[in-house]
Design a protein around this ligand. Structure first.
Ligand SMILES: Cc1cc2nc3c(=O)[nH]c(=O)nc-3n(C[C@H](O)[C@H](O)[C@H](O)COP(=O)(O)O)c2cc1C
Length: 281
């Protein structure tokens, strides 16, 4: 079967990009036709959607998100919501998570993809250093994704590609992605990624430190910052904290001590294992 692969992702701190690039590399080695795009920014999202709409072949959509508060991030869910309906498309959702809880990200992506008519070929969660803990000396999942994770990703892509080419891949059902313990899973399904911003610490721009260099604006994956003349956060912000992390003057201030403590406590409580795994039937 002639299949075009799309690798679509959002990756504020680079881990989901790393996984996406690994998927791309593996697919190239398999001589697959590929389109890859980071869709954090709205214009990139629309561009990627146009490429999918224009595809003449059957498509396999690898779609990757970081997990934020147990959910897929807003640009990824917006992308899935805006996908055209299909009767022939396959999808492979994947999520990178910081070792605390991979939540219901794969499940909610799977649910929407199925609604759009995609068959879920497989899915994967990949353990990754926790992107909120850059100030910590001992961030959760430091060193991940490592070479073993990369190996698993490559094997996973080869298996999907082979199954699709030979037409013998058994598709996943939504219940296969509903793997959290019942109570945790049902609690997370009641919450939404839209609640995230209220859970995060406030950011304050210190105008005495800010040199108006614009790095925060350039590095914002959602184009959510305007210099007016100091950084102002708009409604596209989905809470990645790149602006705080990447400001060379530390001029965007946020007290992360409480959230860092909370993250480590939740990790101990939830103790989700394994870090990286593939879901197949
Ligand atoms: C605002 C925020 C919320 C997060 N929430 C979770 C979470 O609920 N569970 C978890 O395991 N990791 C969580 N993480 C960590 C990210 O999922 C993880 O580091 C991911 O690999 C980052 O992907 P990226 O490097 O592509 O941005 C969170 C990170 C941020 C910034």
């Amino acid at each position: 079967m002639n299949i075009k692969s799309f690798v679509i992702y959002c990756s504020p701190s680079g881990t989901t990009k790393h996984v996406s690039k690994y998927i791309e590399k593996t697919l190239k080695e398999l001589n697959s036709d590929i389109f890859i795009q980071d869709i954090g920014k709205e214009r990139n999202r629309f561009f990627a959607l146009d490429q999918i709409k224009a595809a003449k072949e059957k498509i396999c959509l690898y779609i990757g998100t970081p997990v934020y508060a147990g959910h897929a991030v807003l640009p990824v869910m917006a992308f899935i919501n805006e996908l055209p309906e299909t009767i022939t498309g396959f999808a492979v959702p994947f999520a990178t998570w910081g070792g605390v809880c991979s939540g219901v990200a794969l499940w909610e992506m799977g649910e929407k993809l199925l609604e759009k008519g995609y068959k879920i070929a497989a899915a994967s969660k990949v353990g990754a250093v926790h992107s909120m803990l850059w100030q910590s000396k001992t961030p959760v999942c430091l060193g991940h994704p490592d070479t073993d994770d990369d190996k698993l990703i490559a094997e996973f892509v080869i298996k999907v590609h082979k199954g699709l080419s030979e037409g013998n891949l058994r598709r996943l059902q939504l219940k296969d992605l509903d793997y959290q313990p019942e109570l945790l899973g049902s609690e997370l399904k009641k919450t939404s990624i839209n609640n995230l911003m209220q859970m995060l610490p406030e950011r304050i721009v210190n105008e005495n430190k800010c040199t108006q260099c614009g790095i925060c604006m350039e590095e914002c994956p959602a184009d959510a910052i305007d210099m007016a003349p100091y950084p102002m956060f708009g409604e596209n912000c989905f809470g990645c904290f790149n602006c705080v992390r990447l400001c060379p003057e530390n001029a965007i201030e946020a007290d992360l001590s409480a959230i860092n403590k909370h993250i480590k406590m939740r990790k101990e409580q939830i103790n989700e294992f394994p870090l990286t795994m593939a879901f197949f039937r």
